[in-house]
Design a protein around this ligand. Structure first.
Ligand code: SF4
Length: 365
């Protein structure tokens, strides 16, 4: 079993962000939220061993140290963690503090994922990030000083005004720092964001698809030269340092999601907590689980998810013989065209298939 805890607070909203995160909340709200999360940890406690914990957001590094410590105490009281449990925390370079990192380390966090995005101040400003490139570099120094070695950074490409040289400069920095893990994401413009509005008004100038693919290819080649192997469509790692928690999602492992708007999955049913902060806090202050939705997978949905999630991984997905037989008419032309490979019962995308993954999935499902 895995645990995901959502910390839905940010200093300000990035211009592209449509995650559930609330900007500008005060210390009182953060403390009340941490207390509610501790209560939810208690209410959802289970006997199964926890193999990974992930604090994501939002901005978990915005939490006061006492709040972070109390959350880990609640995890310790209510769950049994495996000896080699991976415990990740997402951090924004604009909020990282020495004391916070010390508290996180002491609480057992052993993997830090830092939202660097780019190393050019003009690009960081243009997407609404709260930090500078210098702060991103300093965040890595602070993390190492606190004893973190298993570090990951997020980088973005296809940003307005970003050149391939800008992207490679960021990738080279990551490689020069010897980081073991990188997540590389293309900017996606979501309709309900400031970037979505600017795009509708024709005021957002983005690289075309061909340029975007060229940027991705150049960055991937550079990462491979530096020893970071792609293991998922957007993730690269030194062998053995892949994110186990995220691998669990792609392999459809069960997990408990806690916090505002968090999702969970028990193998058959998916649930989602409310996205309304006051409903969330009120329910937990009464000792009740937060309201939300619960949905059993419809017939065929598990098989669909197996492909959608499994093919994201370079290792692909092992399919049952009956499933392979049912897929054969749609699969064969894609295998012949070199978009997919099939070894035994393991189906995987090829290098040619990854850039057109979404189109291939439409043809397969
Ligand atoms: S820091 Fe992350 S979660 Fe917060 S607004 Fe920016 S992209 Fe969204």
């Amino acid at each position: 079993m895995m645990l995901y805890l959502h910390i839905p607070f940010c200093v300000q909203k990035c211009l592209y962000c449509d995650f559930c995160s609330l900007p500008g909340q005060g210390a009182e709200t953060l403390a009340a939220y941490a207390a509610a999360l501790c209560r939810e940890l208690e209410l959802r406690s289970c006997r199964e061993e926890i193999t990974s914990v992930f604090l994501g957001g939002g901005t978990p590094s915005l939490l006061p140290e006492e709040a972070l410590a109390s959350i880990f105490e609640a995890i310790g009281r209510n769950y049994s963690l495996s000896a080699d449990c991976e415990i990740s925390l997402e951090a924004n370079p604009g909020t990282l503090r020495r004391e916070f990192l010390r508290t996180a380390r002491a609480a057992g966090v052993n993997r830090l994922s830092i939202g660097v995005q780019a190393l050019q101040d003009r690009l960081l400003r243009s997407i609404g990030r709260i930090h500078s490139a210098a702060q991103a570099k300093q965040a890595l120094d602070l993390a190492r000083e606190a004893g973190f070695e298993n570090l990951s950074v997020d980088l973005m490409y296809a940003l307005p005004g970003q050149s391939e040289a800008d992207l490679l400069e960021s990738v080279d920095f990551v490689l020069a720092e010897g980081l073991p893990h990188v997540s590389l994401y293309a900017l996606t413009v979501e309709p309900r964001t400031p970037f979505g509005r600017l795009q509708r008004e024709g005021k957002l100038s983005l690289p075309d698809e061909e340029t975007e693919l060229a940027m991705q290819g150049a960055a991937m080649a550079r990462l491979a030269e530096g020893g970071l192997r792609r293991y998922e469509v957007s993730n690269f790692a030194r062998p053995g340092l892949e994110c186990r928690h995220n691998l669990g999602y792609w392999q459809r492992a069960p997990y408990l999601g806690l916090g505002l708007a968090a999702h969970g999955f028990d193998g058959q049913t998916r649930y989602a907590n409310t996205t309304d902060l006051s409903l969330y806090l009120t329910a937990l202050s009464r000792g009740e689980l937060p309201p939300g939705e619960r949905q059993a997978l419809a017939p065929g949905e598990a098989e669909e998810e197996e492909l959608l999630l499994g093919l994201r991984m370079v290792r692909g997905v092992e399919l049952a013989p009956a499933r392979l037989a049912a897929l054969a008419p749609r699969l064969d032309p894609l295998l012949r065209a070199g978009f997919l490979t099939l070894q035994g019962r393991r189906l995987a995308l090829t290098e040619k298939g990854f850039p057109v993954m979404n189109a291939l999935l439409v043809r397969l499902l």
